[in-house]
Design a protein around this ligand. Structure first.
Ligand code: IPM
Ligand code: MG
Length: 363
């Protein structure tokens, strides 16, 4: 029995998460596994109900689970920059408390979706890379972090702090992945300006020597931002700090055609992981049943692979998604103007139906 804590969150979070659960239940039936799902309020809805974005009891439940499946948090209702509690604090606290320091964000371009990308199709062919984003350090967590009134007016400070071991461990995750892939690793930094990046680069150079079988490249974040669009095929594994990873993975989503199809896995030293689509809560379309559930469904596939050690089941879900896209199912974010679309639940149903037909080879 696999225990999965489900944190649907805000906006479209609950809608897309429902579909991922549908798919996991279908996986259970087809492959003979039992999942125990338990839902808890998290993010803005938890602030409304309990005054905090993450309750201590929810955190305790997460620690005892095999995996956490998350929707998304935040929204205009909780967006006041002066608000004392914010939904995002719950997300950051969860990542920190569960020590999931490596955030895997695969970027794969489905050939059928090339037309949904703003880039020319010939640039997109064969794009398949993964960003490993450091998730529990850097600018997001360094202290001091505050706003105050100084005699000359309001001021604010954020601190980018990295300890050597925090850099080394996330780079090692990248090297492990590179060894299972095309053996190329791009370490991204801003070593021409930032002290944290200079430390990052030194450590990456040391680790490069430890991994002679992997081709290591050190790249500056600004030029990488451009290279992701001009030569996306040339990347295999990219490793970068928290802030750079937040920005470049949204950029990379443009390659895939939509943020809606992008999954992620947040991993630490053990098996417990947090799985979430990288899109946000999309308040503009929340509650309409039109959100794309594929990012959440593909996150569930990563959950099967990384936390439950069920690679065959994970591959089956991914194959089912590929089939559904090949068959022409498109949510609104993916459909060319004027083309027919399916809603969130219909997309989830289509993946469940495709899962039943995925051939034995993919099992
Ligand atoms: C992400 C999101 C979060 C982040 C926000 C919601 C705090 O943008 O997971 O990429 O910045 O990490
Ligand atoms: Mg982000």
């Amino acid at each position: 029995m696999y225990r999965i804590v489900v944190l649907p969150g805000d906006g479209i979070g609950p809608e897309v998460t429902q579909e991922a659960l549908k798919v996991l239940r279908a996986v259970g039936e087809r492959f003979g596994h039992r999942f125990a799902f338990e839902e808890h309020p998290f993010g803005g809805i938890c602030i409304d109900q309990h005054g905090v974005a993450l309750q201590p009891e929810t955190l305790r439940r997460c620690r005892r689970a095999h995996a956490v499946l998350l929707g998304a948090v935040g929204g205009p209702k909780w967006d006041d920059p002066r608000a004392p509690v914010r939904p995002e604090q719950g997300l950051l606290a969860l990542r920190k408390a569960l020590r999931v320091y490596a955030n895997l964000r695969p970027v794969r371009v489905y050939p059928e979706l090339a037309s949904a990308s703003p880039l020319r199709p010939e640039l997109l062919e064969g794009v398949d890379f993964i960003v490993v984003r450091e998730l529990t350090g850097g600018l997001y967590f360094g202290k001091p972090k505050r706003q105050w009134d100084a005699p000359d007016g309001p001021r604010a400070v954020d601190t980018c702090l990295y300890r050597a071991h925090e850099i080394a461990r996330v780079l090692r995750v990248g090297y492990q992945l590179a060894r299972q892939r095309r053996r190329k690793l791009t370490s991204v930094d801003k070593a021409n300006v930032l002290a944290t990046s200079q430390l990052w680069r030194r450590i990456a150079q040391d680790l490069a020597r430890e991994h002679p079988d992997v081709q290591t490249e050190h790249a500056l974040v600004d030029s990488t931002a451009m290279a992701l669009l001009s030569r996306p095929r040339s990347f295999d594994v990219l490793v970068m700090d928290n802030m750079f990873g937040d920005i470049l993975t949204d950029e990379a989503a443009a390659l895939a055609g939509s943020l809606g199809v992008m999954p992620s896995a947040s991993l630490g030293d053990g098996k417990l992981g947090v799985y979430e689509p990288i899109h946000g809560t999309a308040p503009d379309i929340a509650g309409q049943g039109i959100a794309n559930p594929l990012g959440s469904i593909l996150s569930a596939a990563m959950l099967l692979r990384h936390s439950l050690d069920l690679p065959v089941e994970a591959a089956a879900v991914e194959a089912a998604v590929a089939r559904v896209l090949a068959a022409g199912y498109r949510t609104a974010d993916l459909a060319p103007p004027g083309q027919p679309t399916v809603g969130t639940a219909a997309m989830g149903d289509a993946v469940v139906a495709a899962l039943a037909e995925v051939p034995a080879a993919a099992r």
